[in-house]
Design a protein around this ligand. Structure first.
Ligand code: FAD
Length: 518
């Protein structure tokens, strides 16, 4: 039995919940043997009357706690055919990992190639970068086992828990994500928990006979009669029947190679801007009123307008988190946000970004958006002297470098220094930010406080390029090649990228079935 709209005060006890369930079940006298939470959200519209709102399932198992067990593709008699359908997956981010697990559980043999390191080497490389600025262009916050998502906030935001998204949540839960990701309105894992999940997924892949090759960069792809020939690290070649290209939004050299090889690429709009930091307590007080201490750190979602009617909005908000130096190329600096499971940092941060359009790019070339990003990242690198450039909002408006901090100090992963962010952005972007942020102060008092901190540049909100694919998900003109995830330009964020990976795996499984059974 499902019971909806159960309203409870913050800090409610199990006993409070049980009593409310029994009251809602009346006149039924059925004993309550189990309670599964299906949905949980916080309703703070009538402060100070803040309520936790639940939907629960009584005496039935949670639908997302069931293990994903796909049908095997090959019967025993067909097993010898497996080798002729060998599949390569390039990129071990959410798209690649979820695709590899689905294919292997269905009996398809998979080799996973990852240009970066396994976590055991990647984590120290990233820590060294945060401490010393010594960047490894192949193993960093963007590249390496688990992909860009590993050093993230691990927000599993998605509009729906249906279809492939449901499978994504099932797999996250199966590999160790906390139960509340299955029902929280704003599910969140945290980078510390994500690392464990990625390791368990690696073990699962190996346990099914999957091969994982780290420090193995795809440097070339050629069509061959039945499938593709891959070149790894410029030297080694290997042939596969199918290929899932799940390289993420920062694989710029790979996009260039694909363009040279005749893949159809197209420009894609995205957004760029700054990371903004506030005191988390101020955000929580504002969002929840006096009840703030009994509730998890609050988040916000803001949208507004900049100059030229450009959309300006908050993106990837990290309560109790850190601003991260998420760079992957020497001499270029990009920021992002992350937090740990308990989100206990003193600052709240989010990206405040402005829409950019193909007409803003230098030219019509499909990779022009990449050049646009690179130009901003070079300016950010210079503005901060190689460190994260930080500026008080008031000084940004006045166009002068800050010399001291006010109420808020930066909470960063990676060194920071004072810089004038007006040097980073073309006028239409900095003016859009100066126009929109004060309007956000109307929704959240103090959002535009002179002391709030801005850092730059948030340039990789999504992929600036799309690898065009046909109705069956294959790259146009490259049968058997399936671009997937954020880098393909059809997904954004952890959940939709993982779901896109599952979709590509599903396409390959159907293709094999049709080839076997005609
Ligand atoms: C700091 C940070 C915080 C984030 N926070 C969140 C969040 O809280 N919630 C959310 O939903 N999203 C978040 N994101 C975005 C999210 O991480 C991505 O949307 C998601 O990881 C995309 O998944 P993907 O598998 O498509 O690509 P990626 O995760 O980018 O993985 C691609 C992989 O391919 C590898 N690769 C690239 N080129 C090659 C090649 N030529 N050969 C071999 N391997 C290659 C890369 O090394 C990488 O490991 C965050 C991103 C960052 C950087």
């Amino acid at each position: 039995m499902i019971l909806n709209d159960l309203k409870l005060p913050p800090g409610y006890s199990e006993r409070d919940l049980l009593q409310l369930i029994k009251k809602k079940m009346r006149p039924s006298k059925e004993p309550v043997r189990s309670v599964e939470i299906l949905k949980k959200s916080i309703d703070a519209r009538k402060k100070p009357e803040v309520r936790v709102v639940l939907s629960v399932l009584v005496n039935e198992p949670h639908p997302l706690k069931q293990k994903c067990v796909p049908e095997p593709v090959f019967s025993e008699a067909e097993a010898p055919m497996k080798e002729s359908f060998r599949t390569a997956v390039v990129g071990s981010g959410p798209a690649g990992l979820f695709a590899a697990i689905k294919l292997l559980r269905s009996g398809v043999s998979v080799t996973l190639y990852e240009r970066g390191d396994a976590l055991e080497e990647r984590i120290p490389a990233v820590d060294r970068f945060f401490e010393t600025g010594d960047l490894d262009p192949e193993s960093n916050v963007q590249f390496g086992e688990g992909g860009a998502g590993t050093f993230s906030d691990g927000k599993l935001n998605t509009g729906t828990h249906h279809g492939l998204n449901a499978d994504v949540f099932r797999l996250f839960y199966e590999f160790g994500a906390p139960e509340d990701v299955l029902y929280d309105a704003k599910p969140h894992v945290g980078t510390d928990v994500l690392i464990g999940i990625v390791k368990r997924m690696r073990e699962e892949i190996l346990s099914f006979g999957g091969l994982i090759r780290f420090r193995s960069k795809l440097t070339d792809v050629e069509r061959v009669n039945e499938g593709v020939r891959l070149t790894i690290n410029g030297t080694e070649t290997e042939q596969y029947r199918f290929l899932i290209l799940s390289v993420g939004h920062s694989a710029r050299d790979t996009f260039e190679m694909l363009q040279r090889r005749g893949f159809t690429l197209e420009q894609k709009p995205f957004a760029v801007g700054v990371r903004v930091e506030h005191l988390q307590e101020n955000i929580s007080r504002n969002q929840y009123g006096d009840a703030w201490e009994q509730l998890p750190p609050a988040s916000y979602k803001l949208t507004g307008k900049g100059t030229e009617e450009r959309g300006v909005y908050s993106f990837c908000m990290c309560p109790g988190g850190y601003v991260v130096n998420a760079s992957s190329e020497p001499g270029r600096l990009t920021v992002n946000g992350m937090s740990y499971r308990n989100r206990d940092g003193v600052n709240a941060n989010s990206a405040i970004v402005v829409q950019v359009r193909p007409e803003d790019f230098p030219d019509g070339d499909p990779l022009s958006g990449v050049r646009f990003q690179r130009a901003l990242e070079e300016k950010a690198y210079r503005a901060g002297g190689g460190k994260i450039p930080v500026q008080r909002f008031q000084d940004f408006v006045l166009g002068k470098k800050s010399v001291s901090f006010g109420k808020i100090r930066p909470e960063t992963k990676g060194a920071f220094s004072f810089g004038d962010l007006n040097e980073v952005f073309p006028d239409y972007l900095s003016e859009s930010l100066k126009t929109a942020i004060p309007t956000f102060g109307k929704s959240i008092p103090g959002f535009d406080d002179p002391d709030i901190l801005l850092s730059a540049v948030e340039s990789r909100t999504s992929s600036p390029v799309r690898i065009v694919r046909n109705a069956s998900g294959e790259a146009a003109g490259f049968p058997g090649v399936y671009p997937a995830g954020e880098g393909a330009g059809y997904a954004g964020g952890i959940v939709s990228s993982a779901a896109d990976g599952l979709r590509s795996a599903g396409e390959i499984i159907e293709k094999i079935r049709s080839l076997i059974h005609g």
